[in-house]
Design a protein around this ligand. Structure first.
Ligand code: PGA
Length: 249
């Protein structure tokens, strides 16, 4: 039996008090009781609002990043225990925008994954190659190197993570990996997880992100090793996000 799919919205730096309320009202109304897991990874200033709006529902609150440090003089950062205070259940780590714009290394991403795992939050570990890396034939080496750092740092609890394969060239571009291209990388990542956590590899969700939308979600989510989606732009439009959730369920 296939594991429950996970559909996670990544709002990025979008939203506002009034707009969040409208979006979440529409989502909750349209969703009913979905057969898949749903999470909304929202900007930290809205944790309190979104926690209240989602309370009593099965939709989980997620964060888009977290500090690897537990507390102290780290201006602008949010710690894992702060996320716990608001009932955050998932935290994206290593999104390509953080790797590219904020210089996050594989080692830092692995440390962030360890920090959230230590408090029972599920890290959504993002890996993915740039267009230049794909064209040079380095996709496998790049994504495996990124995931290896997380496996190395978290060997004993690797079964608790979610992996998100997000080809950088597909994020926010409207260009999606074809179902075959995505499945091929997901199968490689699954094989790597099998090597690291043989008995749990099939239970670890490997989700796809990069211009997933209402039109292409069905075909992507039908692939054997695609266990959900990390959705940016389309998660900000209730009808589109609801169609993706329906495709996953
Ligand atoms: P996109 O973003 O769906 O807008 O391509 C996905 C992501 O960056 O997580």
């Amino acid at each position: 039996m296939r594991k429950k799919q996970l559909i996670a919205g990544n709002w990025k730096m979008n939203g506002g008090l009034a707009a969040n309320q409208i979006l979440i009202d529409a989502l909750l109304q349209g969703m009913g009781s979905p057969a898949c897991d749903v999470a909304l990874c929202v900007p930290a200033p809205y944790f309190s609002q979104v926690q209240a709006l989602l309370s009593g529902t099965s939709t989980a609150l997620g964060a888009q990043d977290v500090s690897a440090q537990l507390q102290g003089a780290f201006t602008g950062e949010q710690s894992v225990s702060m996320l716990c205070d608001f009932g955050v259940r998932y935290a994206i780590v290593g999104h390509s925008e953080r790797r590219q714009l904020h210089g996050e290394t594989d080692e830092l991403v692995a440390a962030k994954a360890s920090a959230v795992l230590g408090k029972g939050i599920t890290p959504i570990v993002c890996v993915g190659e740039t267009l230049a890396q794909r064209e040079a034939g380095h996709t496998e080496a790049v994504v495996k190197h990124q995931l290896a750092a997380v496996i190395h740092a978290n060997g004993h609890c690797i079964s608790e993570i979610v992996v998100a394969y997000e080809p950088v060239w597909a994020i926010g571009t409207g260009v999606t990996a074809s179902p075959d291209q995505a499945q091929a990388v997901h199968a490689m990542l699954r094989a790597q997880l099998r090597h690291a956590a043989s008995e749990h590899a099939n239970d670890i969700r490997i989700i796809y992100g990069g211009s997933m939308n209402a039109a292409n979600a069905g075909e992507l989510l039908a692939q054997a090793d695609i266990d959900g989606g990390l959705i940016g732009g389309a998660s900000l439009k209730a009808p589109d996000f609801l169609k993706i959730i329906a495709a996953a369920c």
